[in-house]
Design a protein around this ligand. Structure first.
Ligand code: NAP
Ligand code: MG
Length: 507
């Protein structure tokens, strides 16, 4: 990496200023007490990008105590709300100034296309702006009481929050969690994914630069099974917010029960994409394409199970396959690139195993289905956008989350039947409906068992829309006003104001 750093330390496209990233505890850059570091990669090239300090339980403990101290004795939660909001807006402003650098680092550390990274960094900025506004208007209720009594709910921050982040949207998932938590007055310990720790560390530094007091935001890269687990069971942690796989979510829920922590779990998905016979194909084809292949299919709400009405199946599939073949994979920094690399070799092997299992089960691959070699990126992790047909509902590739650029397609003939089949999954995160019939759109939207229904929309969420799952996709909502309540307790204050003293026992 050294040769990529200019003398002035200015970032150029595809280069980085630093070769080592420290964790952040109590406002300071900290190394591991064990001296341990780990390497983080550029998955597009399969090359080491930087080293990162690896937190041990000792640093996890220090981070929890820093957050606890900031919450119990610090000033952040006592600031007037307008002042907290100003700091959140300042975080957003600094992120905007450093937009290009943040995008570059996100691309380098995740292999995603520059277009995808731009959208996600921009949304991360807007998350802070959204919560700066939302917290100002967030208030409790005055409740109707019998005469002589007055009751209101006082909203108080829940305390110290452990926030465990996945690798598919490294900065955006950190922003989804940090912004509402600190807006509410909480302190946080962020555990980024080991594959993509860098932008969360930089975001923590930006929080300090903007005026967040020390200890309010701490970031400890390290093993999920060691430090993640430690945070989840720690008695001084009041809440865990987690995004990642359903098995890890289950494990966290079980372990967090020991101290009855508040929990938000954003887990996996196998989201249906239903194309009715009356759909506008000019919208449905590119929307369905984006629905599965954006972020290289590594998205919890990827529309990975497609149902197409039999009467338009041939026409739709002809266009869908043709457009899939047109998708450009390659240099993530090239503006013309649609689909980036896979995050790691092991994720690529997992994806390929699912595709091969579908073939063994009797399915047909219409396009894709194997690893790709890209000139200049030969050691990176690339997989062809893949469409699988002739599938049955019991196949592993149809039931389980693949988390890659792979879609399975089925035909249907009847609205009632397709709703039943769409709901035949343990998951319930996203779903998409393509139809020009408004009554049908509403009817179907209300029967789908999922936290999110996209009607004629390729996009699933913006700051302000609740994001979260039904069934085994987890619970709790992020990105919305409701999220603030998940970082707060509602205290009921009941007061008696009558002039006659009350003596219920009458003694
Ligand atoms: P994962 O195990 O759920 O990891 C997500 C986060 O949890 C990471 O920060 C991870 O740390 C941490 N973690 C892991 N084990 C933990 C534990 N026992 N206690 C506390 N925290 C823990 O996901 P993964 O292993 O990276 O990916 C496996 C599969 O999960 C993927 O193939 C995909 O299907 C799914 N996934 C879903 C999402 C989503 O957005 N729903 C995101 C990512 C992955 P480390 O990075 O150090 O392990
Ligand atoms: Mg894991």
């Amino acid at each position: 990496m050294a040769e990529a750093v200019t003398q002035e330390g200015i970032t150029e496209v595809g280069t980085m200023k630093r070769q080592h990233y420290s964790m952040i505890i109590n406002g300071e850059r900290v190394e591991s007490s064990t001296g341990e570091v780990f390497e983080t990669y550029n998955p597009a090239k399969g090359e080491v990008l930087a080293t990162v300090a690896k937190a041990s339980k000792e640093e996890a403990e220090k981070a929890v105590q820093a957050a606890r101290n900031a919450f119990d004795h610090g000033k952040w939660r006592k600031y007037p709300i307008g002042k907290r909001a100003r700091v959140l807006n300042k975080i957003a402003a600094i992120m905007r100034e450093r937009f290009k650098e943040l995008v570059e680092i996100e691309v380098l550390n995740s292999g995603k296309s520059v277009g995808a990274a731009q959208v996600q960094i921009n949304q991360s900025i807007e998350d802070f702006e959204f919560y700066a506004g939302a917290i100002v208007g967030h208030r409790g209720e005055v409740n109707n009481m019998p005469y002589g009594f007055f009751n209101y709910t006082h909203k108080e921050p829940v305390g110290v929050c452990a926030q465990i982040i996945p690798w598919n949207y490294p900065m955006m998932m950190a922003a989804w969690k940090i912004a509402p938590a600190i807006a509410a007055g909480c302190s946080v310990v962020v555990k980024p994914a080991s594959l993509t720790p860098i932008t969360a560390i930089i975001l923590n530094e930006i929080c300090h630069e903007a005026g967040v007091p020390e200890g309010v935001v701490n970031t400890i890269p390290g093993s999920g099974e060691v430090v993640g687990d430690y945070l989840v069971q720690h008695k001084d942690v009041n809440k865990v917010a987690f995004t990642g796989s359903t098995p890890t979510g289950r494990d966290i829920m079980e372990k967090a029960s020991g101290t009855l922590k508040r929990l938000t779990l954003e887990l996996g998905g196998k989201s249906p994409n239903i194309v009715f016979e009356d759909a506008d194909l000019e919208a449905a084809v590119p929307g369905s394409l984006f629905g599965i292949f954006f972020n290289t299919g590594q998205s919890c709400e990827a529309r990975s199970r497609m149902f197409v009405h039999e009467s338009i199946y041939d026409e739709f599939m002809e266009q869908f396959v043709a457009k899939t073949k047109k998708l450009k994979l390659g240099d993530p920094f090239d503006k013309g690139t649609h689909v980036g690399s896979i995050i790691s070799r092991s994720q690529l092997e997992k994806i390929d195993a699912y595709v091969q299992s579908a073939v063994e089960d009797g399915a047909t691959i219409l396009t894709g289905g194997k690893e790709m070699q890209i000139e200049g990126f030969e050691n990176g992790y690339w997989y062809e956008p893949t469409i699988i047909v002739d599938v049955t509902p019991d196949m592993k590739a149809v039931r389980e989350e693949i988390f890659g650029p792979v879609v399975v397609v089925e035909k249907f003939s009847d609205e009632k039947d397709v709703i039943k089949r769409a709901n035949d999954t343990e998951y319930g995160l996203g779903s998409a409906v393509w139809t020009t019939n408004q009554a049908r759109a509403t009817r179907v939207a209300h029967q789908i068992e999922a936290g999110i229904v996209m009607v004629n929309s390729p996009f699933s969420a913006f700051p302000g829309t609740p994001f979260g799952g039904y069934k085994q996709s987890g619970f709790g909502r992020e990105l919305s006003v409701e999220t603030l309540d998940l970082y707060m307790e509602d205290k009921s204050v009941l007061a008696y104001y009558g002039s006659k003293p009350l003596n219920p026992f009458g003694v």
